[in-house]
Write a protein that binds this ligand. Structure first.
Ligand SMILES: CC(C)NC(=O)[C@H](Cc1c[nH]c2ccccc12)NC(=O)[C@H](CCCC/N=C(/NCCC(=O)O)S[C@H]1O[C@H](COP(=O)(O)OP(=O)(O)OC[C@H]2O[C@@H](n3cnc4c(N)ncnc43)[C@H](O)[C@@H]2O)[C@@H](O)[C@H]1O)NC(=O)OCc1ccccc1
Length: 229
């Protein structure tokens, strides 16, 4: 990594799989038993608030039963020791990157441990069991809080910060993602067009593998520590 200064790392559900969190599309995946549009769209929330809130309450509760794995820990170490630029962009709504100690990171699809008020827009940390009935810390309303999650059809968070980091990057690394959801799935092409080195670390080839300079196949818990080494 001689002339590499600025790195952008994109992570997906695959980096949290070895911690015991389901991925989306794999066997036993999160979407199994739920059609995405029934659970992860603004229309679904309007149509069946209880179902959507329960889905995210369950995932939030599961967070307390898992811990970061060697992949998260290795990225946190890179964050501590890398003198150049680094931004970890995660599609994951779990808090395992932070719990491993990563700081130069952002959640482009939101966080389970956060909620925002559809009435006043107030955002608040939320680690409780049930979001429904929790009062908004801003306007005090009782049933206006929704999971701070980017649903399909909604604009992902921090797009400018991501584009700026990609614009300054020398290396783009994608870890544990199937490359099925945009705009995240388009970053490798964006990186290639900008002449950036690209590396994929994934259990199996993804929809975007074709675009990477190099793809290493295997579990993130092994590949990421080896790459950071
Ligand atoms: C289905 C898809 C075709 N649809 C979209 O992409 C849509 C529509 C769309 C937009 N542009 C397009 C262009 C073309 C086609 C469609 C679109 N996108 C949107 O709606 C986005 C919003 C999408 C965000 C939705 N919210 C999520 N998450 C939060 C909720 C929640 O988490 O519940 S998406 C959610 O699904 C995606 C799941 O993908 P992965 O994380 O990759 O997980 P998956 O299970 O699929 O794969 C796991 C991988 O890991 C590997 N793996 C498994 N175990 C391991 C292991 N142990 N080690 C290593 N790897 C491993 C496996 O091999 C596999 O490859 C993640 O992004 C995740 O966050 N918003 C938007 O476009 O707004 C307007 C806009 C935006 C920008 C500019 C202008 C306008």
């Amino acid at each position: 990594m001689t002339d590499i200064r600025n790195i952008v790392v994109l992570t997906g559900a695959g980096i949290s799989a070895e911690s015991g969190l389901n991925t989306f599309r794999g066997p036993g995946g999160l979407w199994e038993g739920h059609r995405v549009e029934d659970i992860c769209t603004p229309e679904a929330l309007a149509r069946n608030r209880a179902l959507v809130l329960d889905f995210y309450d369950q995932r939030r509760a599961a967070l307390a039963t898992v811990a970061p794995n060697a992949g998260h820990v290795a990225l946190a170490r890179l964050d501590r020791e890398w003198q150049g630029g680094l931004l970890i962009v995660t599609q994951n709504v779990d808090d395992l990157h932070e719990r491993a100690g990563a700081e130069r990171m952002l959640h482009m699809h939101g966080e389970l441990m956060s909620a925002f008020c559809e009435h006043c827009g107030h955002r608040q940390r939320f680690g409780g069991a049930m979001l429904d009935g929790t009062r908004c810390g801003g306007c005090g309303a009782a049933d206006t809080l929704r999971p701070d999650i980017v649903f399909f059809g909604e604009m992902p968070y921090e797009m400018d910060r991501i584009d700026a980091a990609l614009g300054a990057a020398d290396l783009f690394v994608s870890i544990g993602t199937s490359g099925a959801v945009y705009p995240a799935a388009g970053y490798v092409q964006q990186a290639r067009h900008a002449g950036i080195e690209t590396l994929e670390l994934n259990l199996e080839p993804s929809a975007g593998s074709y675009f990477f300079h190099e793809t290493r196949l295997g579990p993130a818990g092994e590949l990421v520590p080896a790459w950071v080494e």
